[in-house]
Write a protein that binds this ligand. Structure first.
Ligand SMILES: [Zn+2]
Length: 66
């Protein structure tokens, strides 16, 4: 059960929210974490996404734009 702990400062800085899926890959001697899956183009949320002109926009941003 290999686990990686991401410091809270880094999570805040990179806006990695709880429950966000990360891809783990090895590049040479580096462990690389990348966010997995689509995100809202405006706020980076992964929740309640709707397709919009080939991108993803979350419902909250759609409502905020009205
Ligand atoms: Zn959004």
């Amino acid at each position: 059960m290999g686990r990686i702990i991401i410091p809270i400062e880094l999570r805040r800085q990179r806006r990695i929210r709880r429950g966000v899926r990360l891809e783990v890959t090895l590049e040479g001697d580096r462990v690389v974490l990348r966010r997995h899956g689509p995100f809202c183009v405006f706020c980076d949320s992964a929740e309640d996404l709707r397709p919009f002109r080939g991108k993803h926009v979350c419902y909250q941003c759609i409502m905020d734009a009205r």
